[in-house]
Design a protein around this ligand. Structure first.
Ligand SMILES: Nc1ncnc2c1ncn2[C@@H]1O[C@H](COP(=O)(O)OP(=O)(O)O)[C@@H](O)[C@H]1O
Ligand SMILES: N[C@@H](CCOP(=O)(O)O)C(=O)O
Length: 329
């Protein structure tokens, strides 16, 4: 009994300056994962409609009862990272799918993946979140679980957040648009999705060098001055208004004192570019953990970015409003 799906997951830019680990924007750059799976009869049998709540519960009971079975795994990767990403159980999409199958209680015996990668890795554009979200959504769809309802999205976000470790990329990747993400008191990721102002046009300056998010997180101090925290909290609040209704406030609203300066030693050229862009009045920030620079443009500012960021890979993108999209089941 074969199931086959295609999932498209967007790049994301997290933090947006002052919204460390909270704010994020989905971008019009996508990875695509094609996935096919065969499940044990025990984990899918019994006649309940796959995807119904009853069907998922029955999967959980029967999957758990069936015990571990060897997985026949095939991973094909095209595009970015094809030479370096693992092709086994360590592949991030596979890890996310396995975690989701376990949560749903279904037991795959065969899993076939083709990953068409476009998002650059280790550039602060949420490639790991896109891989995780694509895996979680693909696994839910293959298992016959809902992927679009409120409960399904909440479950997918919680699992993706657990795997990624911070919620601000997985939220916009799953939901699209502009998101405010937080960790609930139960420890799970939650998010509120907002529509960005239609004038917002993200412009990315992408360097050729990578910086692992874990490395950039390691540069952050255990505590920051109260004045910096207070100032940045105010700017983050203002940024919600600026992104959704008042793009004229973007420059002031994107000031950060919580993470960018601490990370400068790992990406001096990026921070220098950000400062040069800000001196020209542009709302430039470090994208995610860097080293890409994001300009939240609200008009015809791309030509200034190209002039200041001469020699950089400058990409004029749009906001992705759809988030992760699944087709073909
Ligand atoms: N499509 C993918 N398939 C497999 N692994 C991926 C994929 N995208 C990202 N990764 C893994 O995530 C790492 C990058 O994650 P990270 O350091 O968080 O940077 P970012 O998410 O900003 O690109 C890559 O080096 C790779 O190990
Ligand atoms: N809030 C995180 C965001 C990391 O984003 P990424 O795209 O660099 O993975 C952080 O700043 O560490």
């Amino acid at each position: 009994m074969d199931a086959r799906v295609v999932v498209r997951a967007p790049a994301t830019s997290a933090n947006l300056g002052p919204g460390f680990d909270a704010l994020g924007l989905a971008l019009s750059l996508h990875d695509v994962v094609e996935a096919a799976a065969t499940f044990t009869a025990a984990s899918t049998g019994g006649g309940a409609a796959p995807g119904s709540r009853d069907g998922v519960r029955r999967h959980a009971e029967q999957g758990a009862a069936s015990g571990a079975r060897a997985l026949e795994l095939s991973v094909d990767v095209e595009g970015v990272g094809a030479e370096v990403v693992p092709r086994d159980e360590k592949h991030l999409v596979v890890r996310a799918m396995r975690a989701c199958f376990d949560e749903l209680g279904v037991v795959p015996t065969r899993l076939e993946l083709t990953c068409r990668n476009v998002l650059p890795h280790g550039r602060g554009l949420g490639s790991s979140s896109a891989a995780i979200v694509a895996g979680v959504v693909a696994a839910r769809a293959l298992a016959g679980a809902d992927v679009t309802g409120q409960t399904a999205l909440a479950d997918a976000l919680a699992l993706a957040g657990r795997i990624e470790g911070h919620p601000d990329n997985v939220a916009p990747c799953l939901l699209g648009g502009f998101t405010i993400a937080w960790t609930h008191q139960d420890g799970e990721a939650r998010a509120a999705r907002l529509d960005p102002h239609p004038a917002i046009a993200p412009v990315l300056c992408v360097p050729s060098t990578e910086l692992a998010t874990a490395t950039a997180r390691g540069l952050l101090p255990d505590s920051v001055p109260h004045a910096d925290a207070a100032r940045t909290a105010g700017r983050a609040a203002l940024l919600v208004e600026a992104v959704t209704r008042r793009p004229d406030l973007l420059f002031e609203a994107t000031e950060d004192r919580l993470h960018q300066a601490y990370r400068e030693p790992a990406m001096p050229e990026s921070v220098a570019l950000m400062s040069a862009l800000r001196r020209r009045g542009l709302a430039a920030v470090v994208s995610g953990a860097g080293p890409s620079i994001l300009v939240l443009s609200s008009g015809d500012e791309a030509s200034v970015v190209r002039e200041v960021a001469s020699g950089w890979d400058v990409r004029e993108l749009a906001v992705d409003t759809a988030g992760a999209v699944v087709s073909g089941r």
